[in-house]
Design a binder for this molecule. Structure first.
Ligand code: SF4
Length: 510
């Protein structure tokens, strides 16, 4: 474990570079990434209950985290490869920075997903429930950590949510010195190097796309064994981050080394991360089954507890045999692995909107066939014991009531399958950044009905999720009981609101 043997810590004046995340990213969520969505939920539970129950902390030794966020691990590796000394760079626990920073600390590097709660999931949940999400609450708590103000430390923020801080006044408000937009590994050595030499730092740095050979190998284990296998996407949905346009795949050898490094720590679980794991090794918008299966067979030699971060529905629909082979390889549906999970994007059930906004997502099929692509992919998942966690977007530019009705019809068609569905309000990003945010006030009666449908589906699924995660060793009896208890209370409280929503009204106005 990096840094532990050569601990400098407080007694030596602190580590020169401390990398960290907000507290919501310092948890394995009891081994279930689905529960991690809770970080974007308004703070309905007291912090103590949230952090001990839903988001238990990653273990640490004197503030040094045993498992790091994959983004922080990449920055750490980039710095070490560039000649920073081992033991000068450390992945620190956000609640224990007092053990790590001191007069010799020059830089605090923060990886963030949602620093101000402006991401699609946070804005959606906040607009219905009200209040600040855990993600931004803990980010603000992190940058205002009392120990930081005692020393002259440069705060450098990167990660997928950094766009939310891209304004000098906002940076000043949260004491952020530098933001890194885009990929961080190429620019990190220069920025942190400047900080160590006490040179002035730029306010904003745009990190270029990193060549595949320059994506560094992590040097310490990651939370939930997450290993990046590909970077970028190339499908080009018009509301998505443009840095995802460039698709690259990492060599099998490097991926296996990282899987090995993670499993050596005693944690069996591995999450293979890509925007579409099914397209590993492919240069087109269709999977290359042989390449993915070669990788997975090598992974299987190290662990059977594998999940994927994201898959594209079109990839599954175009290669049903690939899904079958993956399930067979990992004995999905058998003892110990009742189902396989991955996040995916349905976004809409309207062929017209699909043709307008997510043409590439449907490839190799025509976007006009999108609803049948979704149905086919869900059939294949169902037959092979996969439980996808799918997103929907409310308020895509140009959406009308007919489009929303088509999305509801699509959900009805899928209702006998197991899946989670997360409705998100449209957030203008990427090529859509000139469009407006979609908000509660913009909701038509059909949006309320669609939302109620999603909530009912998810609450139907929750007991199964709790029992299966618990059976797989992710939570003890007490937590299992607590989760069941709380989900029942939530559902009971929501029931009258759902009835109103099903009639097409905003429950706050009735
Ligand atoms: S498929 Fe997903 S990751 Fe790829 S461009 Fe579309 S929204 Fe972005």
């Amino acid at each position: 474990m990096i840094g532990v043997k050569s601990l400098k810590g407080k007694k030596d004046g602190g580590y020169p570079v401390v990398l960290t995340t907000d507290r919501t990213l310092a948890s394995d969520y009891n081994g279930s990434e689905f529960i991690g969505f809770g970080a974007t939920f308004p703070r309905v539970l007291p912090d103590l209950l949230y952090s001990s129950f839903f988001a238990p902390s990653v273990p640490h030794h004197d503030g040094v985290m045993k498992y790091g966020h994959c983004g922080s691990r990449k920055v750490e590796a980039a710095l070490l490869n560039d000649g920073f000394k081992q033991g000068d760079v450390v992945i620190g626990h956000p609640d224990h920075l007092d053990k790590l920073v001191g007069p010799k600390t020059e830089a605090l590097g923060i990886t963030t997903h949602d620093p101000l709660g402006l991401g699609p999931a946070s804005t959606t949940f906040s607009s219905f429930v009200g209040g600040e999400p855990y993600s931004s609450h803990y980010f603000k708590k992190l940058v205002k950590y009392p120990e930081l103000s005692k020393f002259d430390i440069n705060v450098i923020v990167g990660g997928p949510g950094t766009w939310q801080l891209d304004d000098k006044r906002i940076m000043k408000k949260y004491d952020v010195d530098t933001i890194v937009i885009g990929e961080g590994e190429k620019v990190a050595p220069e920025i942190f190097g400047k900080a160590l030499k006490s040179e002035d730092l730029p306010k904003k740095v745009v990190g270029d796309v990193v060549d595949i050979k320059d994506i560094p190998r992590i040097q310490g284990p990651t939370i939930n064994g997450l290993v990046e296998i590909s970077r970028g996407c190339g499908r080009g949905c018009d509301f998505c981050n443009p840095t995802l346009l460039n698709l690259r795949h990492r060599p099998v050898k490097e991926i296996i080394e990282e899987v090995e490094l993670n499993t050596r720590t005693g944690k069996e679980k591995t999450i293979l991360h890509a925007e579409d794991v099914l397209r590993y090794g492919s240069k087109t918008l269709s999977p290359e089954p042989k390449k993915l299966m070669t990788l997975l067979k090598r992974v299987k030699k190290h662990t059977n507890r594998v999940d994927f971060s994201h898959v594209a529905l079109a990839s599954a629909a175009s290669e049903p045999e690939l899904i079958e082979n993956i399930s067979e390889l990992f004995d999905v549906g058998g003892e110990g692995k009742p189902w396989f999970s991955a996040q995916t994007g349905v976004e809409t059930g309207s062929p017209e909107l699909a043709s307008k906004h997510i043409k590439g997502k449907a490839k190799p099929f025509d976007a006009k066939e999108w609803p049948s692509v979704v149905r086919r992919a869900f059939d294949i998942f169902d037959e092979n014991d996969w439980i996808p966690c799918a997103t929907l977007i409310l308020g895509l530019p140009g959406e009308n009531s007919d489009d929303v009705i088509k999305t509801m019809e699509l959900l009805d068609d899928l209702s006998d399958k197991d899946f989670f569905i997360v409705p998100l309000m449209f957030v203008p990003l990427g090529m859509s950044e000139d469009k407006d945010f979609f908000s509660r006030g913009d909701m038509e009666p059909e949006h309320w009905q669609l939302l109620a449908k999603c909530i009912r589906k998810d609450f139907d699924m929750v007991p199964k999720l709790i029992d299966d995660v618990s059976d797989m060793g992710g939570m003890n009896f007490l937590k299992r009981y607590g989760y069941h208890f709380m989900s029942k209370i939530f559902m009971r409280r929501l029931e009258p609101h759902l009835d109103v929503m099903e009639d097409g009204y905003d429950p706050a106005k009735v």
